[in-house]
Design a protein around this ligand. Structure first.
Ligand SMILES: Nc1ncnc2c1ncn2[C@@H]1O[C@H](COP(=O)(O)OP(=O)(O)O)[C@@H](O)[C@H]1O
Ligand SMILES: [Mg+2]
Length: 268
């Protein structure tokens, strides 16, 4: 397997607390991989270490063949690590268009050789920055609100703006931290379809999500974290029958809908 993102032996400590312990992940192109687990399992911390927001005590992060473990957050973003945040991070007072434009700024010195997300956007067309922003707005159905401040939008649209900003930087791998939280059922289904289109266009996607039915529907591979350790990995249909996973969820802090979805035969 040719992984776009590889995490090896990632360990993160906060003082004496071991938040992430020897985590290995491989995220290939063209697939949605899921990272799931109860609250506090270490999912966001893993994302933070991949992006360079926090320094791990040990372990390596590779993007393609390149070891990016020692690089800063901006360098990693430029090289193709894209991300959205659990607590939605948008510029509320800026317009939708300007928020997406920020993604372009990240790639100021981007490599011309890289354009996987462009296939999703316009079949490989070589667009100028402003044209690409309009295309992203159009594809994410944000054209009608392009001039509105993001702070005035409902959560569902604001999450799309955050995704648009990440896409504008032309990521090679996209890390999504609970992107469906605050979305209603119809929005969640539409969001899942959008992710599937992005993966089909060649993007590597790593999804952290509490909505287990969304996870089961769109992910082709799951890694399950519990107390900072990977306790299981494999295709969703195997994971939902895995004893260790079921007991982590049933004994943990996951909500009832997650339990129901995890039960064999449950969920969507
Ligand atoms: N900045 C921090 N300082 C100290 N402990 C933290 C910090 N961030 C997270 N933790 C702890 O690390 C563990 C993993 O947290 P987190 O990665 O946010 O879990 P998840 O995203 O899976 O819910 C939790 O026990 C959490 O309390
Ligand atoms: Mg989290």
């Amino acid at each position: 397997m040719n992984a776009v993102l590889t995490v090896e032996g990632l360990t993160v400590r906060f003082g004496g607390h071991l938040a992430v312990s020897s985590v290995d992940l491989e995220v290939p192109a063209g697939r949605i991989s899921g990272l799931i687990g109860p609250n506090g399992a270490g999912k966001t911390t893993t994302f933070n270490a991949i992006c360079g927001v926090i320094s791990p005590s040990s372990g390596r992060v590779r993007l393609g063949d390149r070891d990016i473990s020692k690089l800063g957050t901006h360098q990693r973003a430029r090289l193709g690590v894209g991300r959205t945040f659990q607590r939605l991070e948008v510029f509320s007072s800026l317009s939708v268009r300007d928020n997406v434009q920020v993604g372009l700024e990240i790639r100021r010195s981007w490599s011309r050789r890289r354009a996987p997300a462009s296939q999703f956007l316009a079949a490989g067309a070589d667009l100028s920055g402003p044209e690409e922003v309009e295309l992203i707005l159009d594809r994410l159905d944000l054209g009608a609100v392009a001039d509105a401040p993001v702070g005035s939008l409902p959560t569902g649209q604001a999450r799309l703006v955050e995704l648009g900003r990440a896409l504008a930087a032309r990521p090679r791998v996209l890390l999504l931290d609970e992107p469906a939280s605050g979305l209603d059922d119809a929005e969640t289904v539409a969001f899942g379809e959008l992710l599937e289109q992005l993966a089909a266009a060649g993007l590597a996607v790593l999804l952290v999500e509490h909505d287990i039915s969304l996870v089961m529907r769109v992910c082709r591979h799951l890694s399950v974290l519990d107390f900072g350790q990977i306790i299981a990995e494999g295709p969703p249909e195997e994971i939902r029958r895995n004893e260790a996973v079921l007991s982590a969820y049933l004994g943990g802090t996951a909500d009832v809908s997650a339990e129901a979805a995890m039960a064999p035969g449950g969920g969507g």
